[in-house]
Design a protein around this ligand. Structure first.
Ligand code: AMX
Length: 443
């Protein structure tokens, strides 16, 4: 058994015991109540699922196993000349609730490199996909196709004991994470570079190798990828991609089927596709205004026109956050260090200066601040990665880290099939009527 797997086993074994005892003693305590607003309003804020790898505070933003992004940028090991933490370290932390050493991170880099193998059938499938298909759809199809290599699915078919679910899930998740940069880079080079592929370099860490296979070998871009892959990895369990993975996994679908479900959720414009939408929106603005350097006044007018057309300003707002997203701030910090004069970065910063006040003035938007997607495209463009419809794939490669670490915990806890209760509107109306009668009687 490898060292991460052994540590994971040790960690979840004691945690699972503790939780079993807590549920036995306190299972009937009420943790939350649900309003009709929430039932019709996308279930915002209902505390109804377990997610161990990270937790989201509306004011503070994301904490991974208790650590904020600025803390992780200091605490996670940086190897291979990196100035940003390696996402390998974050995965280790999310899976084990322990900060890794440099050696642990080095080991995990090598382990993922060792497991990073696609079959000929995988490549053939990707080659046969029309390049006009959105890269995110190609990515999801490839993940589905790789399902034929799931060890969990085979073991389940062979009658595996449920106490062993975690072990096969761990193996599938490790293999899948190892393969994702290969798949994503293959989609990229096939779609935008006529299939001029770049072989993996097994000596590089996970993010640097991804950068290399995309065709970007500068040390700055490697660092951007390390940061990008770290900050997009997890955002607690209620967001659409995470929740979708968790839900599909609860049926005992394997990691491939579960992750594909999550990627299809990430591909929506209100979620991960927003990083593409942000850049498309800025390009439309530049075209419509006829200038590459719009003033803040021009941007403000353009935002008002966007709103008047009844469409959202992409990259702004959030279902949980009520402050500028720390993931936005981390990217702004990176840009301040490496490319403060970049014209696109300047536009993103000017948009940041004008949009919140305008959104706030509408009086209905709960969070007028930028989210993670408001900044990422400008940084990618700075390093000449200009294919906007590839951006969500990059988000997906990173998001896999959090949702798959959690999927290992789901199977380690043997969480049951997820199955909330739905209501018809007639049932809700009857409920309202019955409550009104009760109130009248009580008065
Ligand atoms: N521009 C214009 N209107 C917005 C807005 C924005 N950026 N954000 C919210 N609103 C509107 C909503 O559409 C809603 O309008 P309605 O009452 O007329 O239907 C109203 O403000 C209230 O919405 P809310 O409670 O503040 O937000 P929410 O929880 O319903 O939605 C989100 C959250 C992210 C879907 C929304 O803010 C949005 O559409 N943002 C733009 C898309 C985006 O950036 N998505 C990425 C989010 C991060 C991620 O998942 N990667």
């Amino acid at each position: 058994m490898d060292k991460l797997k052994a540590l994971f086993k040790q960690r979840f074994s004691s945690a699972a015991e503790e939780i079993k005892t807590m549920v036995k003693s306190h299972g009937n305590m009420i943790i939350d109540e649900v309003t009709i607003d929430q039932v019709y309003g996308g279930m915002r804020g209902i505390e109804s699922m377990v997610w161990e790898t990270s937790s989201l505070d509306p004011q503070e933003g994301i904490r991974f196993r208790g650590y904020s992004i600025p803390e992780l940028r200091n605490l996670l090991p940086k190897i291979n000349g990196a100035t940003e933490p390696l996402p390998e370290g974050l995965f280790w932390l999310m899976l084990t609730d322990q900060l890794p050493t440099e050696d642990d991170v080095r080991w995990l880099s090598q382990e993922w490199s060792r497991r990073a193998k696609l079959t000929n059938a995988d490549y053939e499938l990707l080659d046969h996909l029309d390049s006009a298909i959105h890269p995110m759809t190609q990515f999801s199809i490839a993940i589905m196709a790789m399902q034929s290599t799931s060890l969990f699915a085979v073991a389940y078919h062979d009658g595996m004991n449920k106490t062993n679910y975690w072990e096969y899930m761990y193996e599938d998740c490790m293999n899948l994470i190892a393969k994702l940069p290969l798949v994503a880079a293959y989609v990229y080079r096939k779609t935008f570079f006529n299939g001029a592929h770049i072989p993996a370099d097994p000596t590089l860490d996970w993010s640097a190798n991804f950068a290399h296979m995309l065709g970007k070998d500068s040390s700055e871009f490697r660092d951007l990828m390390r940061l990008y892959m770290t900050i997009h990895a997890d955002h607690e369990g209620g967001n659409a991609s995470a929740h979708a993975v968790h839900l599909v996994g609860s049926t005992l679908s394997d990691a491939y089927l579960s992750l594909a479900g999550g990627m299809n959720a990430l591909a929506g414009p209100l979620h991960g596709l927003a990083n593409q939408e942000v850049m498309d929106w800025i390009y439309d603005m530049i075209r419509d205004l006829g200038t590459n350097t719009p003033t803040k006044e021009q941007i403000a007018e353009y935002v008002k026109t966007t709103l008047a057309h009844g469409v959202v300003v992409p990259g702004y707002g959030h279902a949980v956050l009520r402050q500028p997203d720390p993931r936005f701030m981390a990217q702004r910090d990176f840009a301040q260090k490496h490319c403060p004069e970049d014209p696109m970065v300047q536009i993103v910063w000017n948009v940041f200066e004008v949009v919140p006040e305008i959104l706030q003035s509408l009086g209905k938007i709960k969070n007028p601040w930028p989210n993670v997607d408001a900044h990422s495209g400008a940084l990618l463009e700075h390093y000449d990665l200009k294919e906007h419809n590839f951006y969500t794939v990059m988000f997906g490669v990173s998001r896999a880290l959090g949702v798959l670490a959690q999927l290992c915990w789901d199977r380690a806890y043997n969480l049951p099939l997820e199955r909330p209760k739905s209501l018809t509107s007639d049932e809700i109306k009857q409920f309202v009527a019955s409550q009104t009668i009760k109130t009248t009687v009580n008065v």
